[in-house]
Design a protein around this ligand. Structure first.
Ligand code: PLP
Length: 447
């Protein structure tokens, strides 16, 4: 276990004096464009706690946006990073390759859904891996167009901004964006219910709606890839109706279109499976991973069918830092931790605990429109009482109340009205329950 004491503790107001001084220094030194959710500066973290520079200990229901899934400063990761940093920190895999990179690729090929022959390539960020998945799909199909979905989030680089749906804050004023990107309607059960019960529950029907748009507005002959998050992250933790992903995938297979699953947020045990695609029993052509892959070190990957992955010419893929040896050592330690400590099952247990509490909360509060998600990726969608009109104000107020009481929570969603929970799997049930107690009390107070 970690040295950080596993209790919530408020030593000062939030933010305390040391964080306040850093907030002032940030304003003078850091670009305004780089925003922060919390007004406190971190000093150390582990288990289910982030301790700030003033000695406040906060319950972590965010994992640094689904990154420290196995826990912050996880013991195996910290040891592996230190050991690798003493041996060598970088040679560039494209210059003098090293075994750790190959090890990580072998694990990715083994762990991802799909039994056929696979290959992987490593990069630094989720956005960079998404860009490379598109490059690979274009190289393989010799086609150009790419379809992404409503509410999608795929990153902040130029190509991935084009794939991302939401303008503010991700795209506003930053265009022009990459061409040949098209958007199709998602399956969003809570909001599709407005258009009839069938659309909300029948994923195949929702997929037919999307395929019709793709067929008419793009055409399979022009389409290189369809990219989708199996459970949307920033878009609002939207779990598509059963059958949606499988129907899309089948259409892609019939039309020589590469199906790319963006599992950057959902991957590595987060959803109560190693990868979220497993819940739908699908085997995507390519899977993009990052966030939870390396316990906080920057690493990302594209993994998939060998024939597709091997389509680009030799030296067509790469990057100076991609698959950095220290990040690879962290990834190997992360994978070992997930497998030896049974963390996939832990994520499933967290789902049971959280959904049970949140459903009970929903039963007496008609501002909670929907409780959804899988594993340790759970959200509530907040609405004006009884309807489906989004309540972003309430969401903001609830987050602020939680933050001031020492609970780190994040919001998301196209309408800014989704409260999302991404606890580290190393959190105790006690801390998880306490975090939810704080939220329940704050919600009551905001009535
Ligand atoms: C975070 C995220 C990305 C972008 O990853 P970065 O490492 O921030 O570039 C892409 N796709 C999904 C689904 C994400 O959640």
């Amino acid at each position: 276990m970690t040295a950080v004491e596993q209790t919530r503790h408020l030593a000062t107001a939030i933010p305390g004096p040391k964080s306040s001084a850093l907030i002032d220094r940030k304003a003078a030194a850091v670009s305004r464009g780089v925003g922060t959710t919390m007004p406190v500066y971190a000093a150390r973290a582990g288990g289910g706690i982030v301790e700030d520079v003033d000695g406040n200990r906060l319950i972590d229901l965010g994992s640094g946006i689904a990154v420290t899934t196995i826990g912050n400063a996880a013991p195996r990761v910290a040891a592996a990073v230190a050991a690798q940093a003493r041996e060598f920190t970088h040679t560039c895999f494209m210059v003098t390759p090293y075994e750790q990179y190959v090890d990580v690729c072998e694990h990715l090929n083994r762990l991802t859904p799909g039994t056929g022959e696979k290959r992987s390539a490593l990069f630094n960020t989720g956005s960079e891996a998404v860009e490379n998945a598109i490059k690979i799909a274009r190289s393989y199909t010799r086609k150009q167009a790419v379809v992404a979905f409503d509410h999608a989030y795929h990153g902040r680089t130029n190509l991935t901004m084009a794939l991302t749906a939401k303008s503010m804050p991700y795209k506003n004023g930053f265009g022009p964006f990459a061409p040949e990107i098209y958007r199709a309607p998602l399956s969003y059960p809570f909001r599709d219910a407005e258009f009839g019960k069938e659309l909300a529950t029948d994923g195949e029907l929702a997929a037919r709606r999307a395929i019709s748009v793709i067929d008419k507005q793009v055409g399979a002959d022009n389409l290189a890839a369809v990219i989708i998050e199996p459970i949307q992250g920033e878009g609002g933790f939207i779990v598509p109706a059963p059958g949606f992903l499988a129907t899309l995938l089948a259409w892609c297979r019939d039309n020589n279109v590469v199906f790319i699953a963006d599992e950057v947020q959902t991957g590595f045990a987060r959803t109560g499976a190693m990868f979220a695609c497993e819940h739908e029993g699908i085997e995507p052509d390519l899977i993009v991973t990052a966030k939870g892959i390396a316990g906080g070190l920057p690493l990302s990957a594209v993994t998939g069918r060998a024939d597709i992955m091997d389509a680009p010419h030799v030296s067509g893929l790469g990057g100076t830092y991609g698959g950095n040896p220290v990040a690879c050592a962290a990834a190997l330690a992360t994978i070992e931790t997930i497998e030896s400590d049974g963390l996939v099952a832990r994520a499933a247990a967290i789902e049971t605990l959280m959904k049970d509490r949140l459903h009970r909360l929903q039963a007496d509060d008609d501002r909670i429109g929907d409780v959804r998600g899988r594993g340790a990726m759970i959200a509530v969608e907040l609405v004006k009482p009884g309807g489906i009109e989004p309540d972003a104000e309430l969401t903001k107020a609830l987050c602020a109340a939680a933050h001031s009481q020492g609970v780190i929570v994040l919001s998301c969603g196209t309408y800014g009205n989704v409260l999302r929970f991404l606890p580290p799997l190393a959190i105790s049930d006690e801390l998880l329950n306490e975090g939810l107690d704080v939220l329940a009390a704050a919600l009551k107070e905001l009535a």
